[in-house]
Design a protein around this ligand. Structure first.
Ligand code: FES
Length: 86
């Protein structure tokens, strides 16, 4: 899902029991990654198919070559608290 944190679009994704948060804007072009699909620990961009590792923000496949920002996710009960990494 797409959320905003301090005005920045963030893609929040769950893989099994883990929750990850990365910048929502694909680094190849200006589209929302939250509209893509989760493949293992990757989020796949719906437009050209780049896959980004949700744990690191690093693109695993082209055409994207620039990493996404990543966010710190802490689970409090059933709620995900998402913070900018410092
Ligand atoms: S816009 Fe995401 S891979 Fe091109």
């Amino acid at each position: 899902m797409r959320v905003e944190i301090e005005g920045e679009p963030v893609c929040v994704a769950r893989v099994d029991n883990e929750v990850f948060a990365v910048g929502d804007t694909c680094s190849h072009a200006n589209v929302s990654l939250a509209e893509g699909e989760i493949v293992g620990y990757d989020i796949e961009c719906w437009l050209h198919g780049s896959r980004f590792d949700l744990r690191t923000g690093i693109p695993d496949t082209p055409p994207a070559v620039v990493s996404l920002p990543t966010y710190l996710v802490t689970m409090v009960d059933d709620m995900a608290v998402i913070e900018r990494k410092k």
